[in-house]
Design a protein around this ligand. Structure first.
Ligand code: DX5
Ligand code: ZN
Length: 231
């Protein structure tokens, strides 16, 4: 599997009146994946978009649509997000008592299954899920908002990397990622970097070059840390 560094801009930091062109702009500027943050005002204290919006985004995504569900319960909505065109559906371990069943249900739709961990949840909590999952998302902020202060989870990433071994499981980092925070996480074994404010700052649909500069700055910092070579 591809363990090179992948940058996944979060459209939570995009212009909410112009998602289609924002997605096209970040992809043209070098995004590897597009990260979509779904919030329900219950599991997290913020509201974003549901399956019809995600389906509308799909028409503009040419890379990988990475859908991060911050909702509880999850299971009743899995089919709707699969039908909306998600490539990866990630559910929170803390969103219900049956994450194992949730991951099985995501895989049953033919989509890749991710499990996300809040900052307070230990790496060991996914030990018995690793054969059922394609991605572990390590939250480096408390989920709910973009632009929050980074919480260092390097040790958790290192433990996960050792636990994953040869399995084809991505480690994704979400929250407060920028050129200063990314290197240590990639060095510890992460390969997917979600970034909202650090990608969208300074740019716009009319002026997308800063998106490209921001993406290249994160990638260069991460690869400089040895990320491209982490096997
Ligand atoms: C937070 C979301 C993140 C968020 C990241 O709940 O899951 O994807 O958009 O934003 P930044 O990069 O600004 O911390
Ligand atoms: Zn996210």
């Amino acid at each position: 599997m591809d363990r090179s560094v992948k940058i996944a801009p979060s459209i939570l930091s995009a212009d909410f009146a112009d998602f289609g062109r924002e997605i096209e702009a970040i992809e043209a500027q070098g995004a590897d994946w597009v990260h979509v943050d779904v919030m329900d005002g219950h599991f997290v204290p913020n509201l974003t978009f549901g399956p019809p919006a995600v389906k509308a985004f799909r028409k503009h995504v040419r890379t990988v649509m990475d859908v991060h569900l911050m909702i509880a319960p999850v299971d009743p909505y899995i089919d709707a997000f699969a039908e909306a065109g998600a490539d990866i559906i990630t559910a929170h371990l803390e969103a219900g008592p049956h994450i194992h069943r949730t991951l099985q249900a995501i895989r049953a739709t033919g989509k890749k299954a991710g499990v996300a961990l809040n900052p307070g949840t230990p790496a060991e909590s996914v030990e018995h899920l690793l054969d059922l999952t394609d991605l572990v998302c390590v939250m480096t902020v408390n989920p709910g908002f973009g632009g929050q202060k980074f919480i260092d989870m390097t040790d958790k990433v290192r433990r996960l990397r050792a636990m994953i071994g040869d399995r084809p499981v991505h480690i994704e980092i979400d929250g407060g990622v920028d050129p200063t925070t990314a290197p240590r996480l990639v060095q510890a074994g992460a390969d997917v970097l979600v970034a909202g404010s650090a990608v969208f700052r300074g740019g716009s649909v009319q002026n997308p070059e800063p998106y490209g500069q921001n993406i290249r700055a994160i990638r260069a910092a991460a690869e400089g840390a040895g990320g491209a070579r982490v096997a």
